[in-house]
Design a protein around this ligand. Structure first.
Ligand SMILES: Cc1cc2nc3c(=O)[nH]c(=O)nc-3n(C[C@H](O)[C@H](O)[C@H](O)COP(=O)(O)OP(=O)(O)OC[C@H]3O[C@@H](n4cnc5c(N)ncnc54)[C@H](O)[C@@H]3O)c2cc1C
Length: 456
């Protein structure tokens, strides 16, 4: 124990159980000061759904820590050195991060602390395997998921670390400083599950004992809604992937498939770590010159896509689920992304920004690389010429139209196959639902032509 006091700087690790940042702090010092800095730029960003979820996570964590979480509003570059000075802390312990915004901020904070003789240490990461740990046989970063997953399975820690009991933390936390009240959260009426560690565990146990067994097929059925819904909890660290992996047996098919989804999350964080430009620019630039649609008509079609008014029911149901719940099923994320890029010929970053505005799980590495997968500019990208057909996808993944009817009230009374193509009904689509804003067959042809031109 080298220090009298250690600061635990919490960011995307808003939990008490299995949190090595607390363990490291308790090993380093007699007293710990758990701190969360509310960064106004993030708090006031357009992602109001995430801010609301975050505020719920903080309120719950504050209760778990018996009111000893020090919440301060401001810039961490100023706030942390100030708290360190007031508490005479010798070290700040935090988890790592990979987004360009976080990396830049963390560097500035480290410099400010070091100037006043305070060390900063990284004790954990929000991923099962820390980004940058795994490499190919030739020592280069993985660019393809399958070999990464093989290596990840070997590396992954299957047993969670033993987290300190909340009581221990509370006993060690004693700083006599006063928290700021949480700033107001912008208005949102999205119907979302509440944030926090307790709810994350509840969801996980429900999923583990019910839907996990049928995950291999169930995960592709948006109407069944049988995926874990843990993405926002993983995003804010209410639960760590280690804790999920500890309950899995990867020799069981469905468990292995679920583990592979956690590995995708890790993989995309690793890609961002090695290629930070891929946050908002094409990871590979072969399609840099592809012709995109611009101008008033393109803008109008983008708006129609955002509002779920493209006339393609499964695309629109997904976009409306996003607006209603701040979340969208993975299968439909893939389809709506493909539609924006290949049917509307818009740059993927436009759709990615809209997703980031609404997704409660919005995460730069998973979102923007998911988008690049759809656009054909990322790692493992779907070959550009494989273009999702919105009608076939609808017939295949929502055959009875239950998901469509849930989110598109205009189509609530449509029965049979017409739910996938309501414009074929004798009187056209009912209740003002639009006819398709573009013809998929024509747009597919245009996309392929533009692709060929860009490649040559
Ligand atoms: C265009 C697009 C944008 C996306 N944006 C995000 C995003 O901002 N944040 C986000 O967490 N996921 C994103 N995903 C991945 C995926 O859609 C969500 O993680 C998943 O739908 C969350 O639901 P769930 O928790 O029920 O998933 P489950 O099926 O229960 O999977 C468990 C966990 O594995 C991870 N996971 C699953 N699929 C993926 C994937 N394809 N890529 C990365 N991680 C995955 C998530 O953390 C998820 O919570 C995106 C996918 C696409 C195609």
């Amino acid at each position: 124990m080298d220090h009298e006091t250690a600061i635990v700087w919490l960011r995307r690790d808003l939990r008490v159980s299995d949190n090595p940042v607390f363990n490291a702090a308790m090993a380093a010092a007699k007293r710990i000061v758990p701190v969360f800095v509310v960064e106004e730029r993030l708090w006031n960003s357009p992602g109001t759904n995430r801010t609301r979820f975050l505020s719920e996570c903080l309120t719950e964590l504050q209760a778990s820590l018996d009111g000893r979480l020090l919440i301060k509003v401001g810039d961490p570059v100023d706030v942390l050195p100030d708290i360190a000075a007031k508490t005479k802390a010798g070290v700040v312990i935090r988890a790592g991060d990979v987004s360009p915004f976080a990396s830049n901020r963390d560097q500035q904070v480290a410099q400010a602390l070091q100037e006043q003789g305070v060390n900063i240490e990284v004790a954990d990461w929000p991923w099962a395997v820390p980004p940058g740990t795994l490499a190919t046989k030739s020592g280069t970063p993985f660019k393809v998921f399958t070999p990464y997953f093989k290596s990840w399975l070997q590396a992954v820690a299957m047993t969670p670390t033993v987290g300190p009991e909340a009581q221990q933390i509370v006993a060690a936390a004693d700083h006599g400083l006063k928290s700021d009240p949480l700033p107001l959260v912008g208005a949102t009426d999205a119907a979302m599950a509440p944030g926090g560690e307790a709810h994350a565990h509840e969801l996980w146990h429900q999923f583990l004992h019910a839907d996990l067994q049928g995950y291999n097929d169930g995960r592709d059925n948006p109407a069944a809604d049988s995926t874990s819904r843990l993405s926002p909890y993983l995003k804010f660290g209410c639960i760590h992937p280690r804790q999920l992996l500890a309950d899995l047996d990867v020799n069981i098919d469905a468990h292995r498939t679920f583990a592979s989804e956690l590995a995708w999350r890790d993989f995309y964080a690793t890609v961002l770590h090695h290629w930070p430009h891929s946050a908002w620019q094409d990871w590979k630039d072969d399609l840099a010159s592809i012709e995109l649609n611009t101008g008033p008509q393109a803008d109008e079609q983008f708006e129609q896509w955002c509002l779920g008014l493209t006339g393609y029911p499964l695309v629109d149901a997904g976009m409306r689920q996003l607006l209603a719940e701040g979340w969208m099923h993975n299968r439909v994320r893939m389809l709506t992304a493909s539609f924006l890029v290949k049917d509307l010929h818009l740059h993927w970053s436009r759709g990615a920004r809209h997703f980031m505005k609404h997704l409660v799980d919005g995460d730069i590495s998973s979102n923007n690389h998911g988008w690049q997968w759809a656009a054909g500019t990322g790692t493992d990208a779907a070959p550009y010429f494989r273009i999702f057909n919105p009608i076939r996808q609808s017939e295949r993944f929502d055959p009875d139209g239950d998901y469509i009817r849930r989110y598109i009230p205009e189509l609530a009374d449509v029965t049979g196959k017409a739910i996938h193509q309501p414009w074929t009904l004798p009187d056209g689509p009912p209740n003002g639902y639009p006819v398709p804003i573009v013809d998929h067959g024509e747009q597919r042809h245009i996309a392929l032509e533009r692709y060929k031109a860009a490649r040559s």
